[in-house]
Design a protein around this ligand. Sequence first.
Ligand SMILES: [Cu+2]
Length: 145
Amino acid sequence: MSAINRYLLTTILFSLSCSALAELTIKEGYVRGLPPGQPNTAAFMRLVNTADQDVVITGAASNGAELAEVHSHKHHHGMMSMEKVDQLTVPANGELVLAPGKYHLMLINLTRPLRESDEVLIRLFNDEEELTRATLPVRSVLNER
Ligand SMILES: [Cu+2]
């Protein structure tokens, strides 16, 4: 293979992998800041998928917690409970909102106190690779919309 062909192939492969990464974007995200001593908190965001295929999220990670899980909220006989969700589908050319009382990203066993205006890295994965990441601000629960 000539040098120019090798260059072209590299460029094509690189742009393919970049477009795969850019399909899913985290918008308007924030982490709920709670009073000190709370072991867990939640992150909320809008997930935007600009691809022609659904994007399936099967895992998450954060630099602010030992564990990050997608949860749903359930109401049962007037009681509210949370449940781990194994996969979350963001529809093709669509979006999915993680908001208080709905889906959320649970940050379990916080590794440091999270104060207003701190920043937390959130990463979302499928079974093979990282789909997207974003640095989200901490917003005190008192200032939540
Ligand atoms: Cu939860």
